[in-house]
Each structure stands twice: as structure tokens, then as C-alpha cells.
Design a protein around this ligand. Structure first.
Ligand code: ZN
Ligand code: FE
Length: 246
């Protein structure tokens, strides 16, 4: 049951993520902005790709899939059911179309699908409850959240509340390294939040070293992320609209 997550940069600010099950050797890619950094990471770790998990249809999350599949033709591709019509023209036919509550098996690791509409209408997150891992794509970022491109503000708010209700020890992995810019905005929303001030000191130091600011626990996000702390949908909408203009 032991899971290792390997995180690396793709493009300018997308994360590449590999989830590895040491018991079986199974390895999943979570979103594929570009194939080359994934191939390098797999070679570096000595892992063979068995699965590809996609959170949503945007190009910066699927464009590398065809090349990765060409290299690992037996890797199984899982995509959100509601976006199959937009994803499969790019990636080819998927092996699984996932909906709320569907199980996901990566070797001996067991995850389940959480539908999180808002950023896109069919966006899904992957939760591996026993391992306390959440892959949130572009729904939840550290100190921020995704832009609401397709869904309603109400849908996005409910999606964030679903993720916020997971166990606080859950480690959050997401689609982009946006934490520093998010935190600068967060401080304008909650200038007196001591936990947020402390987190931003850490974030600034990490970025200065060229280190990543993820993963982070949900407990930490609940103390510091103004979008999770909004309390009601109207406060969330005000924040999201202000951030769009920032
Ligand atoms: Zn996106
Ligand atoms: Fe993205």
C-alpha cells in the first residue's frame, strides 16, 4: 500500500506527477502537459508507465498523451466521462470514462473519482483515501483555486467544498505551481492571517531555492486559502471576481 509521488515541472508552470505503487510497480501519470519530461522522469526513477489519469480536457493537461501512449502502448488511459468527446480526438480512445465515485486501481492502490465541475464542466479529481493523496488538477491550488471557465460560480464553490471536506491530513497535489502569486492575492484578502503570513514566508524561501511549494496538507489550506475559507458562495464569488482582475 505504499505510494510514492514524483513531481516535476512541465512547460512553464504545469506540474508533471507520477504516482508509483511500490508493491506492484504500477505507475500512473496524472495529466500529461508534455511527454518529454514524463519520459525523462520515468527513466530517472526506473519506472514503467501502466496508467494515465486525466483531470480535464485543457491542452496543458492532455497534449503529451499521444506521445506517451506511443511509448507505453499498454498503459491504460482514464478520462472524465463528461469530456470524452473533447479529449479523445486528441488522445485517442480511452480505456475508462470516469464518473463520480468510480474506483481507480493503480496496482494495489485504490482511488476514487470526485466530480469537481467549475473550471471545466467535466473536471474530476482523484482521491486515494488510504494513502491520503488528492490530485485536484485545476480545481484547487495552494492558496487559490482554478478560474471558473465553464461551470457556474455555484458549481465551483460546491466542488471546492467537496475537496475541503476530505480528511485534513490529505496531501494536495495540483496542476500548477501558482502558489506564490496566489499567496500575494490571498494576503490582500486576509492581511492579518498569521498562518497565511507564515506559509508565504516558506513559499518565498522555497521559490527562491527553485523548490516546489506542493504538496501541502488540506489542514494547512483550510488555515490559509481564502477561497476555502470564504464561508459562503457570495464571499467566494467576490474573491474569485477580484482575483480575475488582479
Ligand atoms: Zn485547466
Ligand atoms: Fe491547467
Amino acid at each position: 500500500m505504499s505510494a510514492e509521488v514524483h513531481q516535476f515541472l512541465c512547460r512553464s508552470d504545469n506540474f508533471g506527477l507520477l504516482l508509483h505503487d511500490s508493491a506492484s510497480g504500477a505507475t500512473a501519470a496524472v495529466d500529461v502537459p508534455d511527454a518529454a519530461p514524463y519520459l525523462a522522469a520515468l527513466a530517472h526513477k526506473g519506472w514503467a508507465l501502466t496508467d494515465i489519469l486525466i483531470t480535464h480536457r485543457h491542452g496543458d493537461h492532455i497534449d503529451g498523451v499521444p506521445e506517451l501512449r506511443a511509448r507505453f502502448p499498454h498503459a491504460k488511459l482514464a478520462i472524465p466521462a463528461q469530456e470524452a468527446g473533447r479529449i479523445e480526438p486528441v488522445t485517442g480512445k480511452a480505456d475508462a470514462h470516469l464518473r463520480e465515485g468510480d474506483p481507480v486501481h493503480i496496482g494495489t492502490l485504490i482511488g476514487d473519482v470526485i466530480e469537481t465541475p467549475g473550471h471545466t464542466l467535466g473536471h474530476i479529481a482523484y482521491h486515494f483515501a488510504k494513502n491520503h493523496l488528492l490530485f485536484a488538477g485545476d480545481t484547487l491550488f495552494s492558496l487559490g483555486c482554478g478560474r471558473v471557465f465553464e461551470g457556474t460560480m455555484d458549481q465551483m464553490w460546491h466542488s471546492l467544498k467537496k475537496l475541503a471536506a476530505l480528511p485534513p491530513e490529505t496531501r494536495l497535489w495540483c496542476g500548477h505551481e501558482y502558489t506564490q502569486a496566489n499567496g500575494q492575492f490571498a494576503l490582500t484578502a486576509e492581511p492579518d492571517n498569521a498562518a497565511l503570513q507564515a506559509r508565504m514566508k516558506d513559499v518565498d524561501a522555497l521559490r527562491k531555492q527553485g523548490a516546489f511549494t506542493l504538496p501541502v496538507t488540506l489542514a494547512q489550506e483550510l488555515r490559509t486559502n481564502p477561497f476555502l475559507r470564504a464561508g459562503n458562495v457570495q464571499v467566494f464569488v467576490d474573491l474569485r471576481e477580484r482575483k480575475n482582475k488582479a
